[in-house]
Design a binder for this molecule. Structure first.
Ligand SMILES: O=C(O)CCC(=O)C(=O)O
Ligand SMILES: [Fe+2]
Length: 225
């Protein structure tokens, strides 16, 4: 590829400002804890959703779940073996939860992609990946003009898992076991606004039980262009 425009792969004052604003807001919130990882900005908050809200979202996922695809649309035979679906953005519960995530982070709702639901059965996993877009990918030109790079990820665990199913950050040497109702928030960018390779993460295989999550990815600009 000769004409890659690498404005999504390098430092960016605009993306740095997004990181700074969210970080400042989360640091002020007494319900939110920073996870101690020197090279990654990552925060957690328990009881972000109550049991009824988790059950409601699990039912929406059960109703819509299809075998997961990868963003690239490539075959995902063993890379992302979960079932997933985009949740209806006009569903009242989805609207409430999306608004709550925006209020927690301070990020504009128009920058947020549709909430995506995911369900992992025993043995299913999502192998190590970064949520930001590689600028060398064939889909980057389209992403550039429809909101640009992904900045923060917000992910909520909707079920406890009896064994396995942790979200693992291998470069940071920690993993988070699912806790029903807990939200995890991390910045896919470094403080200077360049993609952070240390945000690499995986969903470890579920060993016992069933894992449900919803994920919301925030673009640096309005999603959809
Ligand atoms: O299920 C998890 O723990 C991680 C999910 C994830 O990485 C994603 O949806 O991008
Ligand atoms: Fe991810």
């Amino acid at each position: 590829m000769t004409d890659v425009i690498d404005d999504g792969g390098i430092a960016s004052p605009a993306r740095a400002r997004i990181g700074e604003a969210v970080r400042a807001r989360l640091e002020r919130n007494p319900m939110v804890s920073r996870i101690d990882a020197p090279r990654l900005e990552i925060y957690g908050r328990r009881d972000f959703l109550n049991a009824e809200e988790c059950a409601g979202l699990r039912a929406l996922i059960d109703a819509g779940a299809q075998p997961s695809t990868l963003f690239s649309g490539s075959a995902n035979a063993d890379y992302r073996t979960s079932h997933s679906c985009n949740l209806d953005p006009w569903d009242p519960l989805v609207m409430i939860i999306s608004d709550r995530i925006c209020a927690l982070t301070g990020l504009p709702s128009e920058n947020g992609e549709t909430l995506q639901g995911q369900r992992y059965a025993v043995g299913q996993e999502y192998k190590p990946h970064c949520d930001y877009f590689p600028v060398t990918a064939n889909y980057w030109p389209a992403m550039r003009t429809t909101g640009g790079q992904r900045s923060w990820t917000a992910m909520i665990y909707l079920s406890a898992v009896e064994a396995g199913g942790e979200t693992h950050f291998p470069h940071c040497e920690f993993m988070v076991p699912p806790v029903e109702g807990m939200i995890l928030l991390w910045n896919n960018m470094k403080p200077d606004g360049a993609p952070n390779p240390d945000s690499l993460h995986a969903a470890r295989p579920v060993e016992r039980g069933e894992k449900y999550v919803v994920t919301k990815w925030f673009r640096e600009k309005r999603w959809g262009g």
